[in-house]
Design a protein around this ligand. Structure first.
Ligand SMILES: Cc1cc2nc3c(=O)[nH]c(=O)nc-3n(C[C@H](O)[C@H](O)[C@H](O)COP(=O)(O)OP(=O)(O)OC[C@H]3O[C@@H](n4cnc5c(N)ncnc54)[C@H](O)[C@@H]3O)c2cc1C
Length: 475
């Protein structure tokens, strides 16, 4: 590797030279201010922090290209930063690095209602996009809990509560504009629903966590806002019954729009935090049904039958849009509700996924692991996909973190043994590095490393993330 021959002591000087040149080119859009750098030194949850040497705010693909050309020339690492909501240490820079903030790139570049697609800049958030789409009768469905950017969502291959019906970012991105490590701009994919030409570069960059290139524009699939939406909740005395209900709904092929689970610990927290005072602290399934009125009636009837057979208590319906919004907001705020149980505690969110038929066994096992750990933890998740999170509450010190990570390792080991993955949606970052070889095998990892070495031979793009013991940045 070219940069390996350069002594580490030069790294501070090289980044200082880059910052000086960036200031000439971008003026006030380059910041070394302590609070700005601190805000870019970590993401959420796994707050391993390292200050960047500077933060530069890009406003266009051309800006990103100029910044990467400069960093490439001086062999300075660059970490893309969308909204910083990722939870596995993805945005924590290495030493002597630049944080490249894309949050000012938030234009909707085109909307094509007749083809149900649009093109946006990568720093736009999904919430702002949906507000701008409101008059078109279309919407973008992928909804991770945080106020994430669409570029960050591509980079983590994000999903959320609606993936059970609409899929993840992988299924909802048609094409990308990407700036490569050396500043070259490429386009992948396009506007068509399918194409059988060439390697699928769009899919390669979806989930690449800023390690292969910087995404500056995204061509998205849009969906029609359904004619009718209905939301309901059903509570269960027993967690296993709730999970079995979700599994059977999927196995029966009910085209449900969302089916989310929150266990009794999470419900107690959310009742307090989100004022769900009409509910009891029992395991709860949140449902959403979408489609034409007749289709919705049928989905509801099958779902109610399945829940009843699994000892579900009565269904409670959210009839108005406001009531639905209140329920889903409570679901999206689950992390903050868990954090509010003890503001001094650290909440560590795990993320694993198994084939749906193994979900009940996995959650039963995880419950035992939680009890054995002596820690408090809530279970919630996108159970229709076989995906769930354990929010582990622990003391915010080294011993507390070690206990939480020990529990996380047990959960991941169970999921992997059942043919699952150590992350259904949060990604690898730093937090999941240790599991990648077990999950993918040495052969697949060496192919991933070869791709990284081809696209980023100097290893300047988010070095140290996604690939365990990959090419190490040597400054
Ligand atoms: C309360 C809460 C709930 C959450 N719920 C979910 C959930 O349900 N589903 C889910 O999938 N995630 C969830 N997340 C995690 C997080 O919201 C997602 O990972 C999200 O996709 C990150 O987007 P971001 O814009 O914040 O990216 P960042 O955190 O800024 O960056 C994430 C990664 O992408 C890279 N990156 C960012 N922008 C670009 C770009 N333009 N080009 C190339 N690389 C880039 C970064 O370098 C980094 O590696 C949740 C987080 C929180 C705090």
């Amino acid at each position: 590797m070219e940069n390996a021959s350069l002594p580490h002591k030069d790294a501070a000087k090289r980044v200082a030279d880059v910052v000086a040149q960036l200031k000439v080119q971008f003026g006030e859009r380059v910041s070394c201010n302590e609070s700005v750098c601190e805000a870019h030194s970590h993401g959420e949850a796994l707050q391993i922090a390292q200050m960047p040497a500077a933060v530069v705010f890009a406003e266009s693909t051309a800006d990103v290209s100029e910044i990467l050309k400069l960093c490439h020339h001086h062999r300075v690492p660059v970490v893309a930063f969308g909204a910083g909501t990722s939870v596995e240490g993805h945005v924590t820079p290495p030493e002597h690095a630049i944080s490249l903030d894309l949050s000012r790139m938030m234009e909707v570049l085109e909307v094509n209602p007749a083809d149900l697609d649009c093109r946006v800049q990568a720093g736009l958030t999904r919430q702002v996009l949906n507000v701008q789409l409101r008059d078109t009768g279309l919407f973008f469905p992928v909804d991770p809990g945080g106020e994430a950017t669409l570029g960050g969502m591509c980079a983590t291959r994000a999903s959320g509560t609606a993936a059970v019906r609409y899929g993840t970012m992988k299924e909802n991105v048609l094409g990308l504009t990407i700036v490569l490590a050396n500043g070259e701009v490429i386009r992948t994919g396009g506007r068509v629903r399918k194409s059988s030409t060439g390697y699928d570069l769009t899919s390669l960059f979806i989930g690449s966590e800023g390690t292969l290139g910087i995404i500056t524009e995204v061509q998205l699939r849009l969906h029609g806002i359904p004619e009718q939406l209905s939301a309901a909740i059903c509570q269960f005395e027993n967690l296993h019954d709730a999970v079995s209900t979700a599994i059977e709904i999927i196995q029966m092929g009910v085209p449900i729009a969302r089916v989310e689970l929150m266990d009794d610990v999470q419900m107690a927290a959310s009742i307090n935090y989100s004022g769900l005072t009409d509910l009891r602290p029992l395991t709860t399934l949140f449902f959403e049904f979408a489609g034409a009125p007749e289709a919705v009636r049928e989905q509801v009837s099958v779902t109610e039958d399945i829940a009843r057979e699994n000892n579900g208590l009565r269904f409670m319906w959210a009839d108005t849009a406001d009531e639905r919004a209140r329920l889903w907001k409570a679901r999206h705020n689950a992390f903050w509700a868990a954090k509010a149980i003890d503001p001094a505690a650290r909440v560590i969110s795990t993320d694993c996924i198994v084939p749906i038929s193994r979900l009940a066994d996995l959650i039963d096992g995880v419950r035992k692991d939680i009890a054995a750990s002596g820690l408090q933890a809530a279970i919630l998740g996108h159970v229709g996909d076989g995906n769930f999170h354990t929010l582990i509450m622990t003391e915010d010190n080294e011993t507390g973190h070690a206990r939480a990570l020990d529990l996380d390792r047990k959960i991941v080991a169970r999921a992997l043994a059942m043919g699952g993955s150590c992350s259904g949606e949060h990604g690898v970052g730093l937090g999941k590095l240790e599991f990648l070889e077990t999950e993918h095998g040495a052969g697949a990892l060496s192919v991933m490393r070869a791709l990284k070495a081809t696209l980023d031979p100097l290893n300047i793009l988010n070095p140290g993330k996604l690939l365990p013991a990959g090419p190490v940045y040597k400054g």
